[in-house]
Structures are given as structure tokens and as C-alpha cells.
Design a protein around this ligand. Structure first.
Ligand code: ADP
Ligand code: ADP
Length: 211
């Protein structure tokens, strides 16, 4: 199969970043992630939009969604430059889902299904390696190398209060997106609560079968 166009959906902490890295590697596609793109542009001046905050970072640190205008432009630009991709972190509301329809066709829509208690545990224990961007978990997936362990950082928005707000925003804005693809008949549900390797097996087979 050449260059599949894959969308991966799931709540914050469901394992989208973890699985997307494996997908990108195995299927030789680009990992397009709005979260990483926005984290690299946290201080960008968006005051001309005249909205609540003047930078993406202020929305992110509050656990709110960054305005559609900003995010749509990032995704449009990234997708126009790639053949195959795994898109992670977008769409997060129905307006973005409609926008995406005008940008590209999709071969597979995956949904990582994880319960809310488990999401909170995964997010508050998540740590990132600032040098490689690799994702770890204090309990589930600690680094083997002590040097890596020493330099791990926690994302500001993974603090418990912000996590609760992000999950609320997810329920309100993003769950309708899951229903939208479900009704369309394209949603491929994967049990995201299994161990990472087991999730990966299911993800891989689902992509191979669907694309
Ligand atoms: P998302 O991109 O959906 O927010 P991540 O891939 O960053 O999710 O995963 C969130 C946290 O949970 C990370 O600390 C990651 O190491 C951990 N994690 C990911 N998948 C699993 C899994 N299947 N089982 C246990 N922990 C996981
Ligand atoms: P997670 O997978 O853990 O939810 P992300 O890294 O995807 O986190 O996103 C972090 C933050 O970046 C979100 O809480 C939100 O503020 C912003 N963000 C990412 N993607 C979008 C999007 N599609 N629309 C609006 N805001 C977004």
C-alpha cells in the first residue's frame, strides 16, 4: 500500500502521539500533529484576530482550544506538502472536521477508546524528552537511560487542574467529531486501554485492512 492518509482520534492521553510515531515509522508517512506545531509557536502573535488571548500558548495553558483560524492554516499547509500522513490532534470540533473535508480524502479513521479514569492517570504521569520529543510515562513507560530520565519535563497543561479542563473541552467539542465519523461509517474503533504493543498490533492491522 502506498502512502496512506490516516486520521487518528482519541481523547487527550489516549495514546495518539505514541501510536502515531509507530505509524509514521512503519508506513513511512509524515506525522502531522497540531499539538507539537502549536507548542513550537506558543508565542506567535495572533492579536490581530481580536480574540480572547494574543498567543496560542495562552489558550493551551488554560486547556482551551486554540482558535480555528490558526489551527486550520497549520493543517492546510502541512497536508498540502505531504502525500501520506497520520494526522493527530485535529479535528477537535465539528467546524474543523468540515474544514478537513475540503482539504483531503482519508483512507482510515482510527479511534483509540480509553476510559476517563485511565486518561487522567496517563496525562498526569506523562513526561517528554525535550531533546528527542519522545513520550514517556513515569509508571507505564519510564526511560531506561538515566541521562534521559534526568532531563524529562512535564507539559504545563498536564497538571491535574488543566487536565480536567481539557477533558471537559474534549467531551464538549471533540466527542461530536467521533460521532460524526461514526455516523459516516468510517470510524475504526481500537481498544486503547491495552498495553502499547497490543494497541499497535490492532492499529497496524486496521490500517492494513482499511487502506
Ligand atoms: P495523546 O497523544 O493521545 O495525548 P500520548 O501518546 O502522549 O497520548 O500518551 C499519553 C501518556 O500515556 C504518555 O505518558 C504515554 O507514555 C502513555 N501511554 C500511551 N499509550 C499507552 C498505553 N497503551 N498504555 C499505557 N500508557 C500509555
Ligand atoms: P493531547 O493530545 O494531550 O490532548 P495536544 O498536544 O494534541 O494534546 O494538544 C495540546 C493543546 O494544543 C490543546 O489542549 C489545545 O490547546 C491545542 N490544540 C491542539 N490541537 C488543536 C486543535 N485541532 N484545535 C484547537 N486547539 C488545539
Amino acid at each position: 500500500m502506498a502512502q496512506p492518509r490516516i486520521l487518528i482520534l482519541g481523547a487527550p492521553g489516549a495514546g495518539k502521539g505514541t501510536q502515531s510515531a509507530k505509524i509514521a515509522d512503519h508506513f513511512d508517512v509524515e506525522h502531522v500533529t497540531t499539538g507539537d506545531a502549536l507548542r513550537s509557536n506558543k508565542e506567535m502573535d495572533i492579536s490581530d484576530l481580536g480574540l480572547e488571548y494574543d498567543t496560542p500558548g495562552e489558550y493551551m495553558d488554560a486547556g482551551e482550544l486554540v482558535p480555528d483560524e490558526v489551527v486550520n492554516a497549520i493543517v492546510d499547509e502541512a497536508l498540502s506538502q505531504s502525500d501520506g500522513f497520520v494526522l493527530d490532534g485535529y479535528p477537535r470540533n465539528l467546524e474543523q472536521a468540515e474544514e478537513l473535508e475540503g482539504m483531503t480524502d482519508l483512507d482510515v479513521v482510527l479511534y483509540l477508546d480509553v476510559s476517563e479514569d485511565e486518561l487522567v492517570h496517563r496525562l498526569t504521569g506523562r513526561r517528554m524528552d525535550p531533546e528527542t520529543g519522545d513520550i514517556y510515562h513515569l509508571e507505564y513507560n519510564p526511560p531506561e537511560d538515566a541521562e534521559v530520565e534526568d532531563r524529562l519535563v512535564q507539559r504545563e497543561d498536564d497538571a491535574e487542574d488543566t487536565v480536567k479542563e481539557r477533558l471537559r473541552v474534549y467531551r464538549e467539542n471533540t466527542e461530536p467529531v467521533i460521532e460524526y465519523y461514526e455516523e459516516e461509517g468510517s470510524l475504526e474503533r481500537v481498544d486503547g486501554e491495552q498495553a502499547p504493543d497490543e494497541v499497535w498490533e490492532d492499529v497496524k492491522v486496521t490500517i492494513e485492512d482499511a487502506a
